[in-house]
Design a protein around this ligand. Structure first.
Ligand code: ZN
Ligand code: ZN
Length: 141
């Protein structure tokens, strides 16, 4: 495998907001929480966690902050041009980001392992196969 084969790349619909992530994700899964559903207009958000040191972003972001289940801030970043939702986390502040896997250039590389907030899952949003763990809310640390 060459070096570029180990990189996860992707971006928004119009291409103005892009990212490159090194190595393998720290964690992956589907979040079925009501906020992810509303933010995406879909049944869940597929996410990949990376250390912030492993990810480089290029382009402007529009950020939206809401209260997370744990009382902290949930920051979502979208492209100000086309509106695609691309990643979660505060640039320059958080030590990890969640990249939304639907924005990958090659989405077939995504392997969801965990399902979280399944208590909010609508019946039509199916669970992916080969999960290693399922949580009805936030997983414990
Ligand atoms: Zn865009
Ligand atoms: Zn969520």
């Amino acid at each position: 495998m060459n070096e570029s084969g180990k990189r996860y790349t992707g971006g928004c619909l119009c291409g103005a907001l892009r990212y490159e992530a090194e190595g393998e994700p720290l964690f992956t899964g589907h979040c079925y929480c009501a906020d992810c559903r509303k933010a995406s207009g879909s049944g869940f958000i597929p996410y990949m966690g990376f250390a912030s040191s492993a990810v480089r972003f290029s382009g402007e972001t529009l950020t939206f902050t809401s209260k997370a289940e744990n009382g902290g801030d949930a920051v979502r970043n979208s492209c100000p041009v086309c509106g695609s939702l691309v990643f979660g986390g505060k640039v320059g502040k958080d030590d990890s980001f969640t990249i939304y896997a639907g924005t990958l250039d090659d989405p077939s590389r995504f392997r969801p392992r965990t399902a979280i907030f399944t208590r909010n899952r609508p019946p039509w949003a199916v669970l992916p196969p080969d999960l290693t763990s399922t949580y009805d809310a936030m997983p414990p640390d």
